[in-house]
Design a binder for this molecule. Structure first.
Ligand code: NAP
Length: 260
């Protein structure tokens, strides 16, 4: 059993849906006070209300992580509504597909703004409150795509997700004196609204590439994030935890033949 996170103030960016919503639900289920963050305020509020209905503590704020002012408002909301910030989960991210020949500057900039700059801006906005606590946890949702694998159509996305790891390794050093750890979860293919939007052909192709032969659930990622956010993970910083059902393991397609 890990030390309880009951009463801890947790911000989860990109949490009206998908993995972020899963993290919000799991953390709230363990007694944390959770701030649900998304651009669409009514969807964020609907998720917070769902958590409250199941007995958890949650509030919502509309914020775009790629904007400085929005991150400031988000941090302020956690301080006012939940008394400070203990844990920040930088999860907001987008993954529009475009092959390199078609990829334009605006596509590149948007993905970098949300996924990479957004991670920096959220961390930066929450630092004073995390530091004031005397300890803290930052958990970034990166991906296997970029840090470990490549995937046709996602060169900009892969660069943003690998960039998050470059950021976290130096952030982990700079924040160590304040007892703030910075780690990342690297999901494989997780069944979310965003992933489903890529279509059944994509999800079937990915499922066949996973030794566990299923897509991940949002809870699979949320429990990994919960461990990295725990008291017991105090000496783990600058590290990554792959949550992919073994997807990065096979040396070739042949390694997956005759498994089932
Ligand atoms: P999703 O189902 O599309 O949900 C994305 C969430 O992020 C929504 O709540 C969305 O709400 C919010 N969001 C998007 N842009 C935002 C912004 N600029 N500011 C604030 N919130 C924003 O996505 P997901 O599949 O759960 O993915 C979540 C994270 O996991 C991403 O970082 C993604 O790269 C990573 N990931 C996912 C998978 C996977 O298989 N699903 C695999 C590896 C990594 P609004 O649209 O209202 O803002």
């Amino acid at each position: 059993m890990l030390t309880s996170i009951e009463g801890r103030s947790v911000i989860v960016t990109g949490s009206s849906k998908g993995i972020g919503k899963g993290i919000g639900r799991v953390f709230a289920g363990k007694g944390a006070r959770v701030l649900i963050v998304a651009r669409d305020g009514s969807e964020a509020e609907a998720t917070a209300a769902e958590i409250r209905r199941s007995g958890g503590i949650a509030n919502a704020v509309a914020a775009d992580v790629s904007k400085v002012e929005d991150n400031g408002r988000m941090a302020q909301a956690a301080i006012e509504l939940h008394g400070g910030i203990d844990i920040l989960c930088c999860n907001a991210g987008i993954y529009p597909s475009a092959k390199l020949f078609d990829l334009n500057e605006a596509d590149w900039d948007r993905v970098m703004d949300v996924n990479l700059k957004g991670t920096f801006l959220s961390v930066h906005a929450c630092l004073p409150a995390l530091k004031a606590r005397g300890k803290g946890r930052i958990v970034i949702t990166s991906s296997i795509t970029g840090p470990i694998t490549g995937n046709s159509g996602w060169s900009h996305y892969a660069a943003s997700k690998a960039g998050q790891l470059g950021f976290l390794r130096t952030a982990a050093i700079e924040l160590a004196p304040f007892h703030i750890t910075v780690n990342a979860v690297l999901p494989g293919n997780i069944l979310t609204e965003g992933l489903e939007a890529l279509g059944p052909e994509y999800t079937a192709r990915m499922t066949s590439a996973i030794p566990a032969r299923r897509l991940g659930s949002v809870e699979d990622v949320a429990y990994a994030a919960l461990f990295l956010a725990s008291e017991e993970a105090a000496y783990i910083t600058g590290q990554t935890l792959v949550v992919d059902g073994g997807q990065v393991l096979p040396e070739s397609q042949a390694a997956l033949e005759d498994l089932y």
